[in-house]
Design a protein around this ligand. Structure first.
Ligand SMILES: NC(=O)c1ccc[n+]([C@@H]2O[C@H](COP(=O)([O-])OP(=O)(O)OC[C@H]3O[C@@H](n4cnc5c(N)ncnc54)[C@H](O)[C@@H]3O)[C@@H](O)[C@H]2O)c1
Length: 341
């Protein structure tokens, strides 16, 4: 196979961005089908990406039919998290490689079932969309830390701020949909599992709906004794800002300082802040999808797998417990050797 025929399930904000990417920027791939619970949305996108005729990108009403279709070699899942489990099982059943947007599923138990089902099939088909791993700055930080040049890594300080989030983005979603990225970053940079999480809820901003605990400040404890903290603030008002500082024995390294074009004009100096994640992480998404396509054509995955999605779900589940109790919560993680052994 030299060209991967890709179908996309869920073409809202993320899925339509991936659809453009596959249709216009990714080599070795062709967008052949889209499916969305909102059919007119899928039809409008298909028309746009087919140059007006909808002939080359078809719309499939039922996402499970898209996954089963003979002319779809691989799937990108960008439906909401609650739809992932059923759609992932369908991908496994039909032997379709899948790039699944985070979260893998909504809870640790269903995520573990996905890991086990994939393992039973004997081939890694699932890659999870933790795209920070593909961001050139994060990748350079990982390389620096792994080189040992700064000695052992001891601490991570993370900041994750969005300009605003809809009122439906409740406290639990801040953990499961936003903080989950830093959960993966910490596991990946340290190469270790998180064993305990504490989610603190400081004085909330007055600019969001009743009861939404925003910002949140979480502390992750890793099996090797290292620690990471993250401030997640999804109604920061200013722009999208993601930073990570690693503190090691002989130095520290920071990424995400946004040191792009620096201007002095009109009595002001400084740079611009992106309004959302699609701008800040455009290169990461491009690399993620290109490397997923290349690896899929080789019959492999090249990035975080189902286990990483499960481990992140387990940490977030403990994070939700801590959010409620205000106390540290231990992460209940299955024994990797036993599950995948
Ligand atoms: N990696 C990232 O940085 C990143 C960023 C944003 C969103 N996401 C993830 O991408 C996914 C989609 O998020 P979004 O922001 O695009 O949401 P969205 O609400 O903009 O889009 C979701 C789309 O899925 C459709 N849909 C709903 N139920 C469906 C179903 N059962 N089957 C198929 N389609 C269905 C909706 O009609 C909508 O068009 C989520 O898992 C989210 O966490 C990841």
């Amino acid at each position: 196979m030299t060209q991967l025929r890709v179908g996309i399930v869920g073409v809202g904000v993320m899925g339509s961005d991936h659809a453009e990417r596959v249709a216009r920027k990714t080599s070795g791939a062709r967008l052949v089908a889209v499916s969305d619970a909102d059919h007119p949305r899928a039809e409008a996108l298909a028309r746009r990406l087919s140059g007006g005729s909808a002939s080359s990108v078809r719309v499939v009403e039922d996402p499970l039919d898209l996954i089963a279709a003979d002319d779809v070699d691989a799937v990108i899942l960008a439906s909401p998290g609650f739809a992932h489990a059923e759609q992932l099982f369908a991908c496994l059943e039909h032997g379709k490689p899948v790039l699944c947007e985070k979260p893998l599923t909504m809870d640790a138990a269903s995520a573990l079932e996905v890991v086990e089902a994939e393992h039973k099939g004997g081939r890694q088909l699932i890659q999870v969309g933790f795209m920070r791993r593909f961001d050139p700055e994060y990748a350079a930080l990982k390389q620096l830390l792994d080189s040992g040049e700064l000695g052992r890594t001891l601490l991570l300080h993370n900041v994750h701020r969005n300009k605003s989030a809809p009122p439906t983005f409740r406290s639990e979603m801040i953990v499961r949909d936003s903080m989950v990225h830093e959960v993966d970053v910490a596991r990946w940079l340290f190469g270790d599992e998180i064993t305990r999480i504490t989610v603190h809820t400081p004085k909330p901003t007055s600019l969001v709906g009743d009861g939404v605990r925003d910002p949140q400040l979480a502390v992750f404890e890793l099996a090797n004794g290292a620690m990471a903290d993250v401030e997640v603030f999804v109604n920061f008002q200013v722009g999208y800002e993601v930073r990570c500082e690693a503190v090691a024995e002989r130095g520290s390294a920071t990424i995400g300082l946004g040191s792009g074009v620096f201007t002095r004009a009109g009595g002001q100096w400084g740079g611009a802040m992106p309004a959302d994640f699609r701008v800040r992480f455009e290169q990461a998404y491009d690399l993620e999808v290109q490397r997923w396509v290349d690896a899929t054509l080789r019959g492999e995955i090249d990035g975080p797998g189902a286990w990483d999605g499960y481990a992140a779900a387990a940490v977030c589940e403990a994070g939700l417990e801590s959010l409620q109790t205000g106390k540290p919560a231990d992460v209940a993680l299955a024994d990797r050797g036993k599950v995948l052994g």
